[in-house]
Design a protein around this ligand. Structure first.
Ligand code: SF4
Length: 287
C-alpha cells in the first residue's frame, strides 16, 4: 500500500515583521531612486531574497569605497557608525530600516549602563546587532556567546544581563543561571525577540511529534540555524536547507511525519516551493 508522508507545517513561517519591513523599504527605495541604492553587506541572511533585491536595483556594498550613489538602506539589525558616516559623507540619503525591536533593545542597554550596571549581553560576536552595540558602549558592555565565555567575565557590583534579539532562549537561560550564582544582584532584562522565541518554542514541541525536521532558511541565518540545532539536540534527523533542490528523497525513507519550519528571513515563495517538492517526495515513499 502506498501512503503519503504526513507534512506538519509550523504555525509561524516566513518573514518576521522586521525583515518584511526592511525588504519593503529597500524595494520601494530602489523603485523611487534614479541613482544607485546600496546596503552594507546583504540586507538579510537569505541569498535568494538578496538576489531578487539586486535584480530590483539594490546593490550590496562590501567596501567603504563602494558607497556612492543616491541612497543607503540600513539593515534590520543596524549598521556600524563608520559605514553610516561614509554613506553620509558621500551625500547618500539614509533609509533606516533598523527593526524597532532592535532599537528598543539598544535603548534598554544604554539605560542600564546609565543606571550604573555592569552590562553583559548574550550574543554572537560579529553579528551587526552586537557590533553596533559594542561600538556605542565600548568597555561598558561585555558580549558573551557561551557559558565558558561568561565564566571568564570579572563581575563587580551590580550586574545586568540582556540578550541579542535572536539568541537561543536556552543559551540565554543557562548564562543567566550561571551569572545569578556569582552575583549578589543580577538584573535580567529579556530582550529576546518574540518573533524568534515563538518559533523556538514551536520547534521544542514539534520535535516531539515528528520523525524528521526540515528547516528552511539561509545557511548563514543565525535564527534558522538555531531551529535546526533544536532538532539535532533532540536527536531528530534534521535538514537545514535554503532551496528545494537541496531536498534528498533518501532522507525520508521510512519517515511517517516530517515537520517543516522556517527562519524569520525566509520568503513565502521558497517555503511554497519546498512544500511542493516535499509533497512530491512524500507521495513516492512506500511505507
Ligand atoms: S527577528 Fe525580531 S528583532 Fe529581528 S528583524 Fe525580526 S522582528 Fe526584528
Amino acid at each position: 500500500m502506498l501512503r503519503s508522508v504526513e507534512i506538519i507545517v509550523a504555525k509561524h513561517m516566513g518573514f518576521c515583521g522586521g525583515v518584511k519591513r526592511a525588504v519593503e523599504m529597500a524595494r520601494s527605495t530602489a523603485e523611487s531612486s534614479a541613482g544607485s541604492v546600496y546596503t552594507w553587506g546583504p540586507l538579510i541572511h537569505n541569498p535568494q531574497v538578496v538576489g531578487k533585491l539586486q535584480d530590483a536595483g539594490v546593490k550590496v556594498a562590501g567596501e567603504l569605497e563602494d558607497l556612492a550613489g543616491e541612497a543607503f538602506v540600513v539593515s534590520a539589525y543596524g549598521v556600524e557608525h563608520s559605514v553610516l558616516d561614509a554613506a553620509k559623507a558621500e551625500g547618500m540619503r539614509i533609509v533606516d530600516a533598523t527593526c524597532p525591536v532592535v532599537i528598543r533593545a539598544h535603548s534598554l542597554a544604554f539605560k542600564l549602563v546609565e543606571e550604573g550596571y555592569q552590562l553583559v549581553v548574550v550574543g554572537d560576536h560579529g553579528h551587526p546587532e552586537m557590533v553596533t552595540l559594542k561600538e556605542a558602549l565600548g568597555d561598558k558592555v561585555t558580549i558573551v556567546h557561551t557559558r565558558e565565555e561568561a565564566v571568564l567575565v570579572k563581575l563587580r557590583g551590580r550586574i545586568a544581563v540582556m540578550s541579542q534579539t535572536t539568541q537561543s532562549q536556552e543559551n540565554f537561560r543557562q548564562i543567566v543561571g550561571d551569572l545569578a550564582l556569582r552575583t549578589k544582584e543580577l538584573r535580567v532584562v529579556n530582550t529576546l525577540c518574540p518573533a524568534i522565541t515563538v518559533r523556538q518554542e514551536e520547534a521544542e514541541v514539534m520535535v516531539e511529534e515528528v520523525d524528521a525536521l526540515v528547516v528552511i532558511g539561509g545557511h548563514h541565518s543565525a535564527n534558522t540555524t538555531r531551529l535546526a540545532e533544536i532538532g539535532r539536540a533532540n536527536e531528530l534527523p534534521t535538514y537545514h536547507l535554503e532551496v528545494p533542490e537541496e531536498l534528498d528523497p533518501a532522507w525520508f525513507a521510512g519517515v511517517r511525519k516530517v515537520g517543516v519550519m522556517s527562519g524569520a528571513s525566509t520568503p513565502e515563495w521558497i517555503i511554497a516551493e519546498v512544500l511542493r517538492r516535499l509533497e512530491e517526495i512524500g507521495t513516492q515513499q512506500r511505507l
